[in-house]
Design a protein around this ligand. Structure first.
Ligand code: NAP
Length: 282
């Protein structure tokens, strides 16, 4: 590594499991860029100092993961409209000494749908979970003109808060939580798992198989394993599926483009991601 090398990184706690270094370093290598992407273990109490270090050490851009996506906002110069609506940041752009917070999670999810030839406009969405990822995906889907959003989550308080926040931002779209009104079974529907269920062997399904229909598109944000039990059940039913690896790939590609102002080498990043996930399995 020379003094001319540019350094990027990801802040999180824990951080060892993050696949962001694999994705970004593969992109740098593919484009022959003398850049390096480093996983930074930033414990909760150390976030303010870590953000100050971005400018102090000349770090050229950073991603942010659990548990810092919301807590980082007060330490940044400004945040994008999308990040403001979501209330979370996953990408910090460094520009003229300013730290700009952005969120590429939701747009990355939309790109994974687009890659599967799915246009969310007009779809009814059933969203499982009310955490940070659910919030990001919901804002992007509502911006993309879905017809209705139903939020299913075990914590009534978190579910209500997400529903209220989204209703205030998108008053023209029907956003509801159970109990839902009369159901029409033939409405084109996108069913999304935004809970961690499926990451561990023996996890229950996040939604009953009996309520998944062949005309559904079923997306899972869980990316390890690549084909979760939820997706395998959806295939059995005859539904189309969108694995979480697509969102992971595209949110990283969008961050890469914000950092470098260059087009991301998508196929090199995809190969690196799939290899890393395959190795994790082994
Ligand atoms: P989070 O903020 O902790 O939210 C998790 C949500 O799932 C909450 O609504 C939580 O409910 C619910 N939940 C947790 N355990 C559950 C269980 N056993 N049964 C039912 N519901 C449960 O997490 P997050 O950041 O939103 O992440 C959610 C998942 O998305 C994770 O698996 C993460 O790896 C994945 N993700 C993937 C990508 C990608 O690029 N593919 C990006 C971001 C996140 P409570 O509030 O009641 O705990």
């Amino acid at each position: 590594m020379t003094a001319q090398a540019k350094v990027f990184g990801v802040f999180g706690d824990p951080i060892a499991h993050s696949l962001s270094p694999v994705l970004h370093n593969a992109a740098f290598k593919a484009l022959n860029l003398p850049y390096h992407y480093v996983p930074f273990h930033v414990p909760q109490g150390g976030l303010k100092e870590a953000v100050a270090a971005i400018l102090a050490l000349g770090i050229q851009g950073a991603n942010v993961t659990i548990p810092h996506k919301e807590a980082i906002i007060p330490f940044l110069s400004t945040i994008s409209e999308e990040a403001k609506k979501i209330g979370a940041v996953n990408t910090v752009e460094v520009s003229d000494g300013q730290l700009i917070g952005r969120n590429t999670d939701g747009p990355g999810f939309l790109m994974s749908l687009s890659e599967a030839n799915i246009n969310p406009a007009g779809l009814r969405v059933i969203l499982l979970g009310a955490g940070g990822a659910a919030r990001g995906v919901a804002v992007s889907l509502l911006n993309a003109n879905i017809s209705e959003l139903r939020i299913v989550a075990r914590s009534a308080e978190r579910r209500r808060k997400l529903t209220d926040d989204l209703c205030a931002l998108f008053p023209h779209i029907r956003i509801s939580e159970p109990p839902f009104g009369k159901d029409s079974l033939d409405v084109p529907t996108l069913l999304i798992n935004a809970t961690p269920l499926g990451m561990h062997q023996g996890d229950p399904l996040p939604y009953p198989q009996s309520r998944i229909y062949p005309h559904f598109v079923v997306a899972d944000l869980v990316y390890n394993p690549l084909k979760t039990p939820f997706l395998l059940v959806a295939v059995t039913v005859g539904a189309r599926i969108v694995p979480g690896s697509g969102m992971l790939l595209h949110q990283a590609a969008l961050s890469f483009e914000i950092f470098t102002k260059q087009k991301a080498p998508l196929e090199a990043m995809r190969t690196a991601l799939l290899t890393a996930l395959e190795n994790k399995k082994g």
